[in-house]
Each structure stands twice: as C-alpha cells, then as structure tokens.
Design a protein around this ligand. Structure first.
Ligand code: SAJ
Length: 511
C-alpha cells in the first residue's frame, strides 16, 4: 500500500490524492455494482444493456429512453422482449427476451431511476452538424449527460460510450455532471470513457470479443469501469488508460482506417494515370508478409460513407485544438512544466484531413469516369440516362448513412444527367426513389455505374445488361471492381473502372 500511496503522492498533488481517497472510500461503502443504467436505446445501448443484464451478479439494468416521437416506441417493444433494431443481429433477440422475462432488464422513460443505479453508461450518437466547421452535434448527448447528472448519487460511476471529441469526458461531460448534481467528479462520483466498437450485424460478438478501452478520469474511476465491463467480455480484454487517451484511441482507430483507404484510393488514381491495374499492384503489395511486416493495404473504391469514418477524423482534429489549448493554458502558469504547441511541418495540412479529402474526391472521380465514358461513346452528359447500382454505403447492407452514392447522384444531376437508383437492400431514402427492380433502372440507360459491391451485382450478365441498356455503346463505370471488364468490352460497352488503368481507354468493340 505504501508504494501505492508514494506513487499517488508523487504523481498527484496532495489535494488530488485526498479526492481519490474519498472516492475510493465512497465506492467501498457502496459495494459491488448491482444496478446499472444505460442511457440511449440505439444500436450501441441496446446490446450493451442486454449483455450487462445477463451478468449473474448484476441485479438489474434499466434502459433509459426518451419517450420521443421518433424513438419512444422502443420502450414498449423492448419491455415486451422485442428487439427494435432492423437487420440481422445474431443472438440479440433471444438475449433481450431472456433478460426481460427474468426481470433483469427494463426499458423506461423515467430517468429518476438513475438514482438507484451504481453505474450509468451513456450511449447516445454524436454526428456532426457540418464536418466543415468541426462542430459536432452534441445536443442529444448533452441532454443524456444532464439527465444522468440530475439523478446522480455519491459513488456512482458514469461512463460515456459515445464517440466524442477528445477532451469531452474531462471537460464538458464532467462540468455538466458536476453542475447538475452538485457533486465533484473524481471525489464524489467516478467518471470514465469506454468507447463502443460495434459493427451493425455483429453487435453482441463485437462487445464480447473486441478488447475494451476503459479510460477513467482517475485510477479509481478506471477501476470501477473495469468492474462494470469485465464480466461481459468473453475473448476481449480490458485496456486501461486515461479518459482522454481513450477518446483519442477511438477517434484514431477510425482515422487510421480512413487513412488506409485514402492511401489505396490515391494508388488507384495513380494506376489509372499509369495504365496499370491497381488490383495487381494491391495483390503484389499484400504479398509482402512475415514477422514485423505489415502493409494492411485495403481496397480502392467509389468513396467512403457511413457513420464512423466520415466524422471521427474531425473529432480527432478538434480534440487537438481543444485539449492542446487546455494543456497550454494549464501549463502556462506553471513555469517548470513545458508544453509546446503542436510541432508540425510548416504550412502543411493534417495528413488525416487530406485523407478525408481524397476519399471524398472518389465520387467526383466516378463522375469524371462517367463523363469520359460517355464522351468516348459519342454522348454528352446533358440528358444522358445514368443507372446507379448501389445506394448503401457498404456492401450487402441497407445502411445508407453518408452514402457516397448521394454525392455522385447530385453531381450527375448538376451535370444535366437523368439518374435512376437501384439497391436490393435500401428500400427507402429521403428524397430519393430507390428501386429494387434492376431491369427498370437499367432499361434505356446510357451509363450503368456500380457504387456498392452487393453480391447481386456479381451475377449480372454483360449480354443481358447490353440488351437492357439498348444503345450501341452503353458505358459501364465500376466503382468496386465487381465486373469483368473484358466481358463488357466484348459486348460493346465502353468500360471505365476505378484503378483499372490497364482497361480504361480500351478499343471500343462494334458488335
Ligand atoms: N471502404 C473502402 N475500402 C475499404 C474498406 C471500406 O472503400 O477497404 C469504404 C466502404 O465502402 C464504406 C466505408 O469505407 O463506404 C466504411 O466502411 P467500413 O468497413 O469501415 O465500415 P464502417 O464505417 O461501419 O466502420 C466500422 C468501424 N467500426 C466501429 O466504429 C466500431 C470501423 O472502426 C471498423 O474498422 C469497420 O467497421 C470494420 O472494420 O468493419
């Protein structure tokens, strides 16, 4: 114990040490976590609450959900043991049924029950109003934090699961909780960030098997959050760190994926310009294996959509601004500690933001390939009929959040083209009619453009497509390397493909 106290005294001021001690004592007095609250019954909160409720030594989990127009229906659905999430989620429906029937999970709009909870997790989404100005829309999250603060009791643990700008847990979240409760974070209650890492379609598996980053504002908070999350892990292990490091980890893991995609998208553009096949190069690069060697080359494509990669880079960049400035302010009046502002190549923009721009350019590149193909077929963009195959942002999914297809469609309309959209999974999308009948969409098209790698599209027959298009030399633009270029060229198509410098510009075959 002595070395612990010594470490604490060394690394913390006495006042912080005393705060921590008080919190430890309060937590000890409260005993093991028994009652838990999860605020936000979405695709993160629902599986989290159900898995926590399934832990034998956790007595009860409340799922807190505002009784709003758009989501209030979930309360009754969940309490009748039904999962409100669309799409296949292996194991989730049975789990919800079981924990509801056992009386271990209850969904409610009565936030005052937070006062019964030993731990409260907040899983509310944090989109950007407009990525250009890095301003995240935290309104729903702030409301959730406020509710937690209103009914917070001493020794309770509050955990943010939402993806937030680095600095939010120690900053805005802590301030709101303290203001609403009159309690002090790190002294009267524990506070941590434990970012979700779930993927639609494998929510349960991801929560159980991914390692769990757990970042407390102090060691006592980290330990309490570890007590909350350890029991739901099967293969995953807890990775403890500070709250801000946890926020940076979450935003960085998506930033790095976006960066990897941008790297191979840029390579695809280079290969087109050099007349070679990027997929040959990709296979070549990927072949370099062995201990300590990783290339992790991903797949070039028509663009990057979705809820994570399109915004988490901007969360990270904003975090640098917010936390970096706070660090400078904190240290500036403490001479012996130095904290330099960011040291970075003069006048260069962030590599991560440049990656975002390259990925956001890909739908524009798809338009350029389209216009080039039409030109080679002797057609102008104005009045040309374009059939977009794939509206979802990801293969074989109905998820169309921030879909690159929409950027491309708007560019086509601006260029005077007529656009029809097909997707086998996306049944509705605001302001866009999405057909599930491919014949109807391709019928009479001057150009067919593949935006998603849905498995249906790999079965398309070039001869049938030619007959449906009807023209002499229809164009096909392949954004996901779905079709065999030679099959379509033989049928008289003008082929253009992302990264296919070896085929773009081919001799047009008269059939
Ligand atoms: N994409 C490419 N090339 C690739 C991979 C993806 O162009 O090689 C495009 C996709 O078409 C899509 C977008 O990027 O438009 C995003 O695809 P994604 O596979 O990254 O799917 P997301 O956005 O749902 O990312 C999620 C993230 N998971 C969490 O936030 C918990 C991400 O961290 C995961 O790495 C990713 O799933 C995954 O690996 O499945």
């Amino acid at each position: 114990m002595n070395s612990n106290i010594e470490t604490l005294q060394k690394s913390k001021t006495l006042q912080e040490f005393e705060k921590s001690e008080k919190l430890e004592k309060l937590i000890e007095g409260r005993g093991a976590i028994r009652k838990i609250g999860v605020i936000g019954m979405g695709y993160v909160g629902i599986p989290a609450a159900a898995l926590l409720a399934d832990v034998p030594h956790f007595e009860k989990v409340y799922g807190f959900q505002r009784n709003s127009q758009t989501s209030g229906y979930k309360i009754e659905m969940l309490n009748s043991g039904e999962c409100p999430l669309k799409g296949e989620e292996p194991g989730l429906q049975e789990l919800i049924e079981r924990v509801v029937n056992e009386g271990k999970f209850e969904c409610t709009a009565d936030f005052s029950k937070i006062s019964e909870c030993d731990a409260v997790a907040i899983a509310i989404q944090t989109p950007f109003e407009d990525p250009k100005d890095l301003v995240p829309d935290f309104r729903a999250l702030i409301e959730g934090i406020r509710q937690a603060g209103r009914y917070l009791t001493p020794a309770t643990l509050v955990v943010l699961e939402s993806t937030v700008t680095p600095g939010t847990t120690e900053g805005m979240a802590k301030d709101i909780l303290e203001e609403e409760s009159g309690l002090v974070a790190g002294e009267d209650f524990a506070l941590a960030h434990a970012p979700e890492r779930v993927m639609v379609g494998r929510l349960i598996k991801n929560i159980q098997e991914h390692d769990r980053i757990v970042g407390g504002i102090d060691d006592a908070s980290t330990r309490r959050a570890t007590e909350l999350y350890s029991p739901v892990l099967t293969k995953g292990k807890i990775i403890p760190m500070s709250a801000t490091a946890a926020e940076v980890t979450k935003t960085a893991e998506n930033t790095f994926r976006d960066l990897q995609i941008a790297a191979v998208n840029q390579l695809a553009l280079y290969c087109e310009a050099m007349g070679i096949n990027v997929y040959d190069v990709r296979a070549g690069v990927d072949s370099l294996k062995g201990e300590g060697i990783t290339r992790a080359i991903l797949w070039p494509g028509a663009g990057v959509g979705g809820h994570c990669l399109t915004k988490d880079t901007y969360h990270l960049e904003r975090g640098l601004l917010v936390v970096g400035q706070e660090k400078r302010d904190e240290v500036s009046n403490n001479e012996e500690r130095r904290h330099e502002p960011l040291d970075f190549p003069e006048g260069r923009e962030s590599l991560y933001v440049l990656a975002r721009h390259i990925n956001d350019f890909m739908p524009e590149h798809m338009l350029n390939l389209t216009i080039n193909g039409l030109k080679r077929a002797g057609k102008k963009p104005e009045g040309a009929k374009v059939a977009i195959l794939g509206w979802a942002f990801i293969n074989n999914s109905d998820d169309a959040r921030n879909t690159p297809s929409e950027v491309y469609r708007d560019l086509c309309l601006k260029a005077g083209m007529e656009v029809a959209v097909h997707d086998p999974h996306v049944l509705h999308y605001p302001g866009v009619s999405v057909s599930q009948d491919i014949s109807e969409v391709v019928n009479g098209a001057d150009c067919v453009v593949i935006f998603a790698g849905h498995k249906d599209y790999y079965q398309l027959d070039a001869g049938e497509m030619k007959a449906r298009c009807g023209g002499v030399h229809p164009v096909i633009v392949d954004g996901r390397n779905v079709v065999d270029p030679d099959e379509y060229i033989r049928e008289g198509f003008v082929y253009e493909g992302i990264g296919r410098g070896d085929k773009n510009g081919h001799v047009i075959v008269d059939v």
